[in-house]
Design a protein around this ligand. Structure first.
Ligand code: ATP
Ligand code: MG
Length: 324
C-alpha cells in the first residue's frame, strides 16, 4: 500500500485535507470550519482546532501515517534571494541576516529553511551565486502547530509555506511553463507566479468571496449569514446579481493589474497558464469575468495535480504540502 501522508490546509472558511502516497494524490476532503475558528488568517484556539481536526478525520474516516501542514502567510515569511555560492553550514549562519527586514523578534526565535533552486554562473561558467527560496517561521508557531496536531492524535512531520507547496506540485509535472495560480479564498484573493517550478512573486487582494455576502444581503434584504449560504448554493441565481457582478469586475481589474505588473517586471516570462483554485473558482460568473478581463484562457487546476476524480480547486495546496 505504501506510506500515506495527509496534507492539511487550514483556511479562513474550511479545512482542506489531501491524502497522498508515492503514486500521487488519493483523495481530497473539505470540511467547513466552525464560525470564528480562524480570524484574519490566524487560528483563534489551537486546542479547539486540534479537536476539530480530530473529529473531521474520524468522521470522514481519513487514514494516514504522518502529516504536513501549510503555515498561513501571516506566520511565515517566504522569499527568493540570490546569495554568493556557499556551503550548507554557511547558508545556515547567513539566512537570519537575509530576513532581518522581515522578522520582528530576535533572530534566534525563528526556524529557517531553504531550497536551492539553481546555481547562477559567471562569464567563465564558474558557479557565482545561488538562487534560493527561503522561509522563516517563529519557533513558537511551529510548537503551537505541533501541539495542535498532537492533540488531534497526529504526528506532524513538516510545516511549509504555501509557495513551497505549489513548488512541490510544479516540480512533479515538470512542464516548464510559467504558471499563475489564483487562489480565490474567503477573505482574500492571492496570486502566485511561477517560472517552471521557481516561485517568482505573489500578490494579495484583501477581499474575497465573503465580500459578496454583504452585497447579496443588501440586494435581497436578508441577513449576511444567510446570504453566505445563498451564495454557495447560488440560490435564486444570486451569483448573477448586478451587485455581485460589480464585485467580480473590481476583482478582475485588480487581478489584471497584478498580472500586468508582473509582466512588466518580468518581460521574459510568458505568463500564460492561469489557474483558478479555492472556493471562488466554483463561482461561474466570476470565472467568466476573470477570463474576459484577462483575455487569456483559464486552465483547470487539475493540470497541476495530474489526477482524475479529485476536487483540485480545494485540495491543491494541501496536496502540495503532503508531497514535501
Ligand atoms: N461551490 C461553491 N460555490 C460558491 N462559493 C463557494 C463554493 N464552495 C466554496 N465557496 C466559497 O468560496 C470561498 C473560499 O472557499 P475555500 O474553501 O477556498 O476557503 P478557504 O480555503 O478556507 O479560504 P482562504 O484560502 O481564503 O483562507 C468561501 O467563501 C466559500 O464559501
Ligand atoms: Mg484556501
Amino acid at each position: 500500500m505504501g506510506k500515506k501522508t495527509a496534507g492539511f490546509d487550514i483556511g479562513g472558511h474550511a479545512l482542506h485535507i489531501a491524502v497522498v502516497t508515492k503514486k500521487g494524490v488519493k483523495r481530497v476532503y473539505t470540511e467547513a470550519l466552525p464560525e470564528g475558528a480562524v480570524r484574519e488568517g490566524r487560528i483563534v484556539s489551537y486546542e479547539a482546532m486540534g479537536d476539530f481536526i480530530k473529529q473531521t478525520c474520524k468522521k470522514q474516516k481519513i487514514r494516514f501515517d504522518d502529516a504536513a501542514v501549510i503555515l498561513p502567510s501571516g506566520l511565515c515569511f517566504c522569499r527568493r534571494m540570490n546569495i554568493p555560492v556557499m556551503s550548507h553550514e554557511q547558508l545556515t549562519v547567513n539566512l537570519p541576516y537575509e530576513f532581518r527586514d522581515f522578522i520582528t523578534s530576535e533572530k534566534e526565535a525563528y526556524f529557517y529553511d531553504y531550497a536551492v533552486l539553481r546555481t547562477l554562473r559567471d562569464a567563465n561558467e564558474e558557479p557565482a551565486e545561488l538562487d534560493v527560496m527561503a522561509a522563516a517561521a517563529l519557533k513558537s508557531t511551529i510548537s503551537d502547530y505541533k501541539s495542535m496536531f498532537r492533540r488531534a492524535g497526529i504526528k506532524l512531520r513538516t510545516a511549509i509555506p504555501i509557495e513551497m507547496s505549489f513548488v512541490n506540485l510544479l516540480s512533479r509535472i515538470k512542464d516548464g511553463h510559467c504558471h499563475c495560480i489564483i487562489d480565490v479564498g474567503h477573505t482574500s484573493v492571492r496570486l502566485y507566479m511561477f517560472n517552471g517550478n521557481r516561485f517568482e512573486s505573489s500578490h494579495m487582494i484583501d477581499y474575497g468571496c465573503s465580500a459578496l455576502d454583504g452585497a447579496i444581503a443588501e440586494a435581497l434584504h436578508i441577513d449576511p449569514f444567510i446570504a453566505a449560504s445563498y451564495r454557495e448554493a447560488n440560490h435564486d441565481d444570486c451569483q448573477n446579481l448586478p451587485e455581485c457582478e460589480s464585485i467580480y469586475q473590481n476583482l478582475a481589474v485588480e487581478v489584471q493589474r497584478a498580472v500586468h505588473f508582473f509582466r512588466y517586471n518580468n518581460p521574459d516570462i510568458e505568463l500564460e497558464h492561469i489557474h483558478l483554485i479555492g472556493g471562488g473558482a466554483m463561482i461561474e460568473p466570476l470565472r467568466r469575468t476573470l477570463e474576459e478581463t484577462l483575455s487569456v484562457p483559464i486552465y483547470n487546476a487539475s493540470e497541476l495535480l495530474d489526477v482524475d476524480g479529485v476536487e483540485t480547486e480545494f485540495g491543491l495546496a494541501a496536496a502540495g504540502a503532503a508531497l514535501q
